[in-house]
Design a protein around this ligand. Structure first.
Ligand code: PLP
Length: 428
């Protein structure tokens, strides 16, 4: 049996403990929702105020040059690159995940347009926006979106046939926390002649990602989850250098032009991933994102300057292992089942539990106690889910203990059955 004292001892030995000081966290809150909206970096309010008051207020139009506004998407992209196994110059921070997916999927489909391949494959359990974007793009471009279960990718009956143009997957599933083997899956897709589009929304800043080593083709990801960039922060795009300069994305705005300030009447794409920019960038939001990226990169001090993800991953796995063990020890017989894979190689940085009844209300009762996780509705394949994201930057082992203690109390006293916890809010 693990005890509260054991958890405190783990915190005392935790080399990453000081990273928590980078954040402003509300008192009395254990935040297990960094996978939906990362917390506020302490540096962000002052930095954003400076961009507003000085760079905008005083510098005005000059700040495009004097404050380096113009380079922000690339400069921040280089920081993201360190976290996802990409090289400098291969990533830009811009637009939303949904919009970036539209751009890269369009480019991938253009690449396959003369191949005779007509299928785009994705998982039925993928995040809806990815499926919606793919659905409309397929309709527009004459492809068919085929939805599968993860286990249909492997083995002799694999759906990866010579009809597949693009395999579009989210690396870590938003609902279950299950993680794909990016390298093996990409290799299987390539062997079948398909291109890969990876969504890193629940991976960037959460788990080590090795895009180049995996030989992936296209990737996009989110700035406001584990990257702590703030609500609606710009997302990012990575394109393998073998494709980046060759294929055009459809939103050919002037920021993706090779020479935007020539103001020529015809589009000429920038040489590399810069062409995935569209219009004028949200400078204030990018400044917030940079503060978030710096909180993650601060972990580099603990792995010899290699991006910090190895150090963060070790702690993330220790936190999620502890949570699983404590839930199984202390909530046995309470109807909870573990949805997230136990195997480290298949687990992201979250733990999902399912329960046939009361998942929503249990999450609400926990939130009322200051333990903020979230709820995701089930479907015909899967019951309702209680989702807990573990961010090693600001969570400790005692936090894990306390969140399970609250869960025990909510379940044992039937607290979740109170009417107030069973009313649905607009945003779950
Ligand atoms: C969070 C998330 C998104 C978010 O897309 P937005 O354009 O920011 O709304 C997209 N895809 C996945 C897989 C996500 O988890």
């Amino acid at each position: 049996m693990t005890t509260l004292e054991d958890c405190r001892a783990l915190d005392a030995q935790d080399p990453l403990r000081s990273l928590r000081d980078q954040f402003t966290l509300p008192d009395g809150v254990i935040y297990l929702d960094g996978n939906s909206l990362g917390v506020l970096p302490k540096a962000a309010p002052a930095r954003i105020a400076q961009v507003v008051a000085e760079e905008w207020g005083q510098g005005l139009i000059r700040s495009w040059n004097t404050a380096s506004w113009f380079d922000l998407p690339q400069r921040l992209g280089d920081k993201v690159a360190r976290l996802i196994g990409a090289a400098p110059g291969e990533v830009v921070c811009t637009d939303s995940t949904s919009v970036n997916l539209y751009k890269v999927l369009f480019a991938a489909l253009s690449q396959q347009k003369d191949s005779g391949r007509k299928l785009v494959i994705s998982e039925r359990s993928n995040f809806p926006t990815d499926l919606y974007i793919a659905e409309s793009l397929c309709r527009e471009r004459g492809f068919t979106l085929k939805l599968i279960e993860a286990n249909e990718l492997q083995g002799p009956g694999s759906v990866l046939t010579d009809e597949v143009a693009v395999l579009m997957l989210t690396h870590v599933n938003y609902r279950t926390g299950a993680m794909h083997d990016m390298k093996a899956t990409t290799a299987a897709a390539h062997a079948a002649g398909a291109l890969t589009v990876w969504d890193l929304a629940h991976s960037a800043g959460a788990v080590p990602v090795a895009l180049n080593e995996s030989n992936a083709d296209y990737a996009i990801g989110c700035g406001y989850k584990y990257l702590n960039g703030g609500p609606g922060a710009p997302a990012f795009v990575w394109v393998h250098t073998r494709h980046a300069g060759k294929f055009e994305q459809p939103l050919s705005g002037w920021w993706g032009h090779a020479a935007p300030f020539e103001f020529t009447p015809h589009y000429r794409p920038a040489p590399g991933v810069g062409r995935y920019l569209c219009g004028t960038q949200p400078i204030i939001a990018l400044a917030g994102l940079e503060c978030g990226l710096d909180t993650v990169l601060a972990a580099e001090a603990f792995d010899g300057g290699k991006g910090g993800m190895a150090a963060l991953r070790a702690k993330s796995l220790a936190l999620t292992d502890l949570f699983i063990a404590l839930v199984e020890e202390r909530c046995a017989g309470q109807g909870l089942s573990l949805v997230t894979p136990r195997e480290h190689a298949r687990r992201g940085s979250q733990v999902c539990l399912s329960r046939s009844e009361g998942a929503y209300a249990i999450v609400q009762a926990l939130i009322a106690r200051g333990v903020i996780g979230d709820y995701r509705a089930g479907d015909s394949q899967m019951p309702d889910i209680l989702r807990f994201g573990f961010t090693p930057l600001y969570l400790g082992f005692e936090d894990v203990w306390n969140s399970v203690e609250h869960l025990v109390q909510v379940l044992e006293a039937g607290e979740w059955q109170r009417e107030e916890f069973n009313r649905k809010n607009a945003v779950t």
